[in-house]
Design a protein around this ligand. Sequence first.
Ligand code: AHR
Length: 488
Amino acid sequence: MISVHVDAARPGVTINKNLYGHFSEHLGRCVYGGLYVGEDSPIPNVKGMRTDVVEALKRIHVPVLRWPGGCFADEYHWQDGIGPKAGRKRMVNTNWGYVVEDNSFGTHEFMELCSQIGCEPYINANVGAGTVREMAEWVEYLNSEGDSSVVRQRWANGRKEPFGVKYWGVGNESWGCGGNMRPEYYADEYRRYQTYCRNYGENKLFRIACGPSGGDWRWTETLMERAGQHLDALTLHHYTIPGGEWDKKGQATVFDADLYYSTLKNANAMDGIIRAHLAAMDRYDREHRVGLIVDEWGCWYDVEPGTNPGFLYQQNTMRDAMVAALTLNIFNSHADRVCMANIAQTVNVLQAVILTDGDRMVLTPTYHVFDLYQAHMDAALLPSAVFADTLPGGVKQVTASASLKDGAATVTLANLHYSEAAEVLLTVDGMEKAAYEIQLLSAEPHAFNDFDHPADVRIAPSDAIRRTERGLVLTLPPCSVAAVTLRA
Ligand code: AHR
């Protein structure tokens, strides 16, 4: 029998709630049509923000939202997106589908969205095609109280109080779409840009440098060596490509057991990649002052047939739910150093938690995993160990993570097997007599929700758990995710 052991008597580091963060780019229908429909839309909205989507994001307590990109960030000029909408500059979004960007969603709209969701804003500024002055003035515009021309513009645009934005990214993928820079060059640029990003009032900026893609250790080493003392965190991007090759991604809903397992294998690579980057960072930061932020992660497939190739719209099945469960458990296990993560992307793009079509909305299996994992946010990580055989590709059949908050322990588990159930013995030291309940997300690997069947995949209470003399015994169906709550 598979067994999972948790020690509730030894709570460890706090799992930063920002590990459950999101990313929204001006890409396809993520912002326009997904999050924002404009005040004049017949789709119910508050100040242009879709009410159904905002309410769904509130239910999973999205802690932080990254914007405006992605590759778009390094072509975005924030001044184009403020002031009366009729006068806003139009541009062509050359990164994503060459569609017209009318800048009707800009800085104030993003801040309004974050306020409606109740999350922290994380702004990624333009280094590739921007200037130091542009970024410095964006920080000033949002955060300063001083009577400068920049701040007067904010007042004229209807906001007296500073917004106090803490999280600032300096460029995105500067090794690629963000300027094709060498790490040595970027490190110097980073130092220069961050110098002029000032702290205003009580708001101390959290400075985020562009880190590597996947296994580019040299980028991390060079950045840490040359600029490590000037940054609070660096970023990592790692996408799960099912077959491991960009030109053979395959479709979200079309896969066999082999491709399913290779998807999990590639998702599980996140653990080794994080470890290796942390080791590289350690050489220059023995005190572990600098954090790691995985601000783009998720599955990347071919777009749905008939959709704009530049919009990156894909369906989302139970396979994605398995990737989410595995990845979030990995993030929890690195909670001592990984301080934020942002799934790509919130709505209608890549591994979205929400899909929309006109006025209709569905919650994806990935959304339900975020829902099941909510209790981990700002909880104390508990030591846990899984004893299970590995599946094809080398991933253990069961992945688990545990935490403690307000006297309740939460254990999230997934049975990653494509077709077989798992009998799991769960023992939780210090909570042997606790009352328990289990919530389960379970469906066939290809199952998904669409606009005609929005609730085919959903969380349900389950009786697949019983107390025995040895501990709790769970029967997890194939391809399922569970959250077990224990209250002493
Ligand atoms: O998330 C889609 C794109 O993937 C982002 O714009 C870019 O940063 C990454 O390459």
